[in-house]
Design a protein around this ligand. Structure first.
Ligand code: NCD
Length: 304
């Protein structure tokens, strides 16, 4: 039985296959409508979510399956003190596959050790978010036509932003990827990612606070929200939350075929005036999330 806890749990070949299947689903949705008949997905969300949970649920429904679960820990037995491992074991009696989001780093991994059904990490604290990364990879593949030879700017909260950590981990495996890491000093990419992932793989990267200086070099600009819920004090959050606001002025020097991405939700970091710019890809990106999750559910349930 396979789980998806970290994006590295999937080989490059497996990711390519998932992208291929997702593209086939986009082209021929009718072929997939009964693939998961009588199967159940459980969504165990101990932390808020809109896109991730609903795209998982829509994915299972479009495969002909059903969905059970909860969207707040207060409405589950966690509120009575049940451990994540026990909750998972019990839910495994009622479902065929589980997607779990949890505020604690490592909780989905712990759950997977005792689970009788596949576990998908739908975000664990400030750590990882592998299915957002699959979404991002499908987006890049569809919008840029390639996953290699790219200069990728990551901007905003690179410290607590779990989507950034998983995306870097995935992209270093493709040829000729360069990163421009744009953040305030307090929100830089964690040292373990720089040492263990970027430097070990000899990946070219620049750290800067200045978005305008590098925007003209980028093929992808991945904006992120400052992760309010992971801050220890509100003052720091208030000081940093509007550090970057992408607007028309800042995009002036950008390439014509730049792809602006954001895992969403957006707070202030992208001005709504950008939404109508052809380079804005973030709403399309949210749409791709459903298709790649359909492909992932099929893979983990070993359905052809
Ligand atoms: C992201 C997350 O939950 O980490 N959202 C998402 O899943 N699309 C990004 C965020 O919350 O800022």
């Amino acid at each position: 039985m396979r789980h998806l806890i970290d994006i590295k749990d999937l080989s490059i070949e497996e990711i390519d296959e998932l992208i291929k299947v997702a593209k086939d689903i986009i082209a021929h949705p009718e072929r997939y409508r009964e693939k998961c008949k009588y199967k159940k997905l459980a969504t165990l969300f101990f932390e808020p979510s809109t896109r991730t949970r609903l795209s998982f649920e829509a994915a299972m429904m479009e495969l002909g399956g059903n969905v059970i679960g909860f969207s707040e820990s207060s409405s589950s037995s966690a509120a009575k003190g049940e451990s994540v491992a026990d909750t998972t074991r019990v839910v495994g009696c009622y479902s065929d596959i589980i997607a779990m989001r949890h505020p604690k780093e490592g909780a989905p991994l712990v759950a997977s050790l005792k689970s009788t059904v596949p576990i998908i990490n739908a975000g664990d604290g400030g750590h990882n978010h592998p299915t957002q990364t699959l979404t991002d990879l499908l987006t890049i593949s569809c919008e840029k036509g390639r996953l290699d030879n790219l200069t990728i700017g990551l901007c905003g909260d690179l410290k607590f932003g779990r989507t950034v950590h998983s995306l870097i981990t995935a992209m270093v495996r493709y040829p000729n990827i360069k990163f421009v890491l744009i953040s305030p000093d307090e929100l830089k990419v964690p040292e373990y990612i720089k040492k263990e992932i970027l430097e070990k793989n000899k990946i070219a990267y620049i750290e800067t606070t200045d978005i305008e200086k590098y925007i003209g070099e980028l093929d992808i600009l991945y904006m992120t929200r400052v992760q309010k819920e992971r801050f220890f004090n509100e003052e720091d959050y208030l000081r940093l939350k509007d550090y970057y606001i992408l607007n028309k002025e800042k995009l002036r020097e950008a390439k014509k075929d730049l792809c602006v991405m954001h895992p969403l939700p957006r707070v202030n970091e992208i001005s709504t005036e950008i939404d109508s710019d052809p380079r804005a890809c973030y709403f399309k990106q949210a749409g791709y999330g459903k298709y790649i999750r359909m492909a992932l559910i099929l893979k983990l349930l070993e359905i052809d």
